[in-house]
Design a protein around this ligand. Structure first.
Ligand code: OAD
Length: 248
């Protein structure tokens, strides 16, 4: 018998050789970036069908950029939180891959080295006319002059995946290999509503992995896929879990 779900989860992670961590917007919530779904979420402020699709971006880039600009402000002000840092501390102890749906680069800023960005990154912009890439840091985005423009005059867009778009080539495949070969998957802060990212825990389960889920709310994974559910906030629970795994 385990005294608590954290004890059970830490025993499972301690015995693992390959760990895949699937993260979603919830891991960055305590960094001040609002998640997508639920009260106060981005999709409550901006209808995803109007603001979150490739068709909308093509039809009216300035409109879609209003949502991207808001998200960009939150990302620019954000710093990695205790959950991002806890994953960095775990890295020397096992083979750890992070597959993130987040575009905020907070895992990399915290120091994680093996990060698969399933939905792209807000750190790069792409010209919709000539395809030139820009570092977001080199482009001044003016709220009164959206969309920002390339040197060629074309509209720039962030290199993130919108609804109606495929994931960047090879990216899902990398995450899928990590899922198939993982002994354990730790799912942190995702509603698991968006495919194909949401399939990764099931792919790992079918290949024999144990699934641990950390979230203040249950999701469809909790009853269908998860072995151990850790109820709470990533910034509080992950440091506790990692401390228990590595006995620091
Ligand atoms: P969601 O907004 O759908 O889900 C966020 C999850 O985080 C919810 O299950 C919350 O309960 C949980 N959560 C909230 N605060 C938390 C905390 N402090 N610690 C841990 N968990 C917390 O975000 P995602 O699942 O990431 O895609 O959404 C997936 C995709 O949908 C996004 O990547 C984005 C969006 O449309 C694209 O833009 C392509």
């Amino acid at each position: 018998m385990h005294a608590s779900p954290i004890d059970e989860a830490s025993d499972i992670v301690r015995a693992a050789r390959r760990l895949l961590v699937l993260t979603g917007a919830g891991i960055s919530a305590e960094s001040g970036i609002a998640p997508f779904r639920g009260k106060g979420g981005i999709w409550a402020r901006y209808d995803p069908m109007e603001y979150g699709t490739l068709d909308a971006l093509r039809a009216d880039p300035a409109k879609v950029w209003r949502m991207l600009y808001d998200l960009g402000l939150e990302i620019a002000a954000a710093r990695p939180n205790a959950a991002h840092h806890a994953l960095v501390r775990l890295e020397p102890h096992l083979h750890l891959t992070i597959a993130t749906q987040n575009v905020d680069a907070l895992h990399q800023r915290a120091g994680s080295t093996d990060v698969v960005e399933l939905h792209g990154s807000s750190q790069e912009l792409l010209c919709m006319a000539c395809g030139r890439r820009w570092a977001a840091a080199d482009v001044v985005v003016d709220a009164l002059e959206l969309p920002p423009r390339c040197g060629c005059g074309g509209a720039l867009r962030p290199d993130v995946v919108l609804f109606g778009e495929l994931l960047p080539p090879g990216v899902f495949e990398r995450a899928e290999v990590a899922a198939r070969t993982a002994d354990v998957v730790l799912v942190v802060g995702t509603s698991a509503e968006v495919a194909p990212a949401a399939w990764l825990p099931t792919i790992a389960l079918r290949a024999g992995a144990r699934i641990i889920e950390l979230n203040p709310e249950t999701t469809w994974l909790t009853t269908e896929v998860t072995h151990v559910f850790l109820h709470g906030k990533a910034g509080e629970i992950l440091p506790e879990l990692v401390a228990a795994v590595i006995h620091d």
